[in-house]
Design a protein around this ligand. Structure first.
Ligand SMILES: Nc1nc2c(c(=O)[nH]1)N[C@H]1C(S)=C(S)[C@@H](COP(=O)(O)OP(=O)(O)OC[C@H]3O[C@@H](n4cnc5c(N)ncnc54)[C@H](O)[C@@H]3O)O[C@H]1N2
Ligand code: MOO
Length: 450
């Protein structure tokens, strides 16, 4: 909770730029560097989609592993007419036995005659025989016809999926085909979400004094886009006891593996109901980042617990939380998940951006004619600007001129930023390519108000 008697409604940053705050780029780097990639481990096929294969998959045996029929009909030996034998028994010359698609080819069989190409009839002695007929083509059945041979797809030991591949659904099917139940994949962080705040309600239209939870519907999804595995999602009130028990590991089961990261929301401030730091201290943890010289999101915290879990403390203000998540959560998850620290790109600023000494500003923006235009409705407690943004500008403390290149990053759910054009001569004023087609006719601004 931020509400405290006598608290001013003015910009809370006005009086507070703690010198201990890490610089924005420094905070990203710390969050990335503190993470050791999670070792590879086997996961069930059903959980392996999108994971990075950590070891070559080779055929455990021939694929297919037995010769089978490709048609419904009869397995036959030699030329017809054929005397019918019991299914599965060895066929002597001029013998046949019924078989279905996928059925095991009996010993002695040389081909499969499709059901359309044979007729069951009787010989001159009145005994049942199989004869060519129906739609049989000349030469049918030739040797090996309609038999899927063992090892046709792969021989035992053959490489089927190379290590390093991002597993798609067909890879999973191929692994199953070879008889595997699990695959070795590179580690990915399991993330638990702990949302705090007694005033936060998770359904319905909130009354004054209550706010609707903005994190429940989006955080898990963003965590997955950032390379995490969404785990337990807890909501607690503002008491210290709830904080402490929420941060504790809890009961583990095969469906609830230990979390590598806990992301908390709210409680990063310093009022009586903000317990992040005290709870971390009581659990024996240490703070790696305690405040970032950025806005919004400056109270963001990163801690490490003695059991190795990381705790990312996001401020309660909805936009501030997302900016903190992009700044320290994304690099941490990338580091744990064998990823890289993403490059910060550049976009040409569509506005004159004032200086804000000592602080980096993170501004959601939209491209308007190729220029990055700061979004409206981008206050720390708002979501409207981010919801329709193309990316986030990382405005340096000294601000920026109109048209000047400003560092920026794309949104985890959006397309990459368009590549900036290489500078022509010494001038770097050329705007990046627009992200969408614009007409050269009259300008319709109505779409830009979202
Ligand atoms: N005296 C000062 N007060 C504040 C400062 C400061 O420097 N001095 N910093 C402000 C800034 S900046 C931020 S950000 C917040 C950080 O607050 P907390 O992390 O302690 O979060 P809370 O106080 O619990 O909540 C803040 C705000 O966010 C709303 N909230 C919380 N959870 C949710 C949710 N799940 N969905 C939607 N909204 C949520 C909560 O109701 C509050 O309005 O502190 C400032 N104050
Ligand atoms: O930094 Mo607070 O994080 O603006 O809203």
């Amino acid at each position: 909770m931020t509400e405290a008697p006598g608290q001013s409604a003015e910009d809370p940053h006005a009086e507070h730029v703690p010198h201990a705050d890490h610089l924005w780029a420094e905070a990203r780097q710390i969050a990335f560097d503190c993470a050791t990639p999670i070792p590879a481990a086997p996961v069930a096929l059903k959980d392996a989609l999108g994971r990075i294969l950590a070891a070559d998959v080779r055929a455990l045996q021939d694929v297919p592993h037995y010769a089978s029929s490709a048609m419904d009909g009869w397995a036959v030996n030699g030329s017809g007419p054929w005397i019918l034998a019991e299914p599965g028994h060895r066929l002597a010359p001029h013998q046949a036995s019924p078989i279905v698609t996928g059925g095991l080819i009996p010993p002695g069989a040389k081909a499969v005659l499709r059901s359309e190409s044979g007729v069951l009839t009787t010989d001159e002695d009145g005994l049942p025989v199989l004869a060519l007929g129906g739609n049989a083509k000349p030469g049918e059945p030739h040797n090996g016809q309609h038999i899927r041979n063992a090892g046709e797809e792969a021989g035992a030991g053959e490489l089927l999926i190379a290590s390093g591949v991002v597993l798609n659904p067909a890879h999973l099917a191929l692994a199953a085909l070879t008889g595997r139940d699990e695959l070795d994949v590179l580690g990915k962080p399991h993330v638990k979400l702990l949302m705090t705040g007694s005033e936060v309600v998770t359904a319905g239209v909130p009354v004054p004094g209550r706010v609707r939870d903005t994190f429940g519907p989006q955080l898990g999804a963003v965590v997955e886009l950032l390379g995490g595995i969404r785990g337990e999602q807890l909501k607690v009130g503002d008491s210290y006891e709830e904080w402490l028990s929420g941060l504790e590991e809890g009961e583990l089961s095969p469906d609830r593996p230990p979390a590598d990261v806990v992301i908390t929301t709210g409680g990063t401030g310093r009022s009586g109901t903000d317990h992040f730091r005290r709870a971390i201290a009581e659990l024996g943890g240490r703070l790696l980042i305690d405040g970032i010289a950025m806005r919004p999101g400056h109270p963001a915290v990163l801690a490490e617990l003695p059991d190795g879990r990381f705790v990312v403390g996001l401020p309660g203000n909805p936009l501030a939380a997302m900016m903190a998540l992009f700044t320290i959560g994304a690099p941490l998850l990338a580091g744990l998940g064998h990823g890289t620290l993403s490059d910060i790109e550049e976009v040409p600023s569509g506005a004159m951006l004032d200086a804000d000494p000592g602080r980096t500003r993170l501004l959601p923006f939209r491209f308007v004619y190729g220029l990055a235009s700061p979004a409206q409705h981008a206050g720390p407690g708002m979501m409207r600007g981010l919801a329709s943004a193309d990316g986030v500008m990382v405005v340096p403390p000294h601000g920026a001129q109109l048209g000047e290149a400003v560092p920026a990053f794309p949104l985890p759910w959006g397309p990459p930023l368009p590549a900036a054009k290489p500078p022509e001569g010494q001038a770097k004023k050329t705007p990046a390519r627009p992200s969408r087609k614009v007409s050269s006719g009259p300008v319709d601004w109505s779409a830009l108000t979202g």
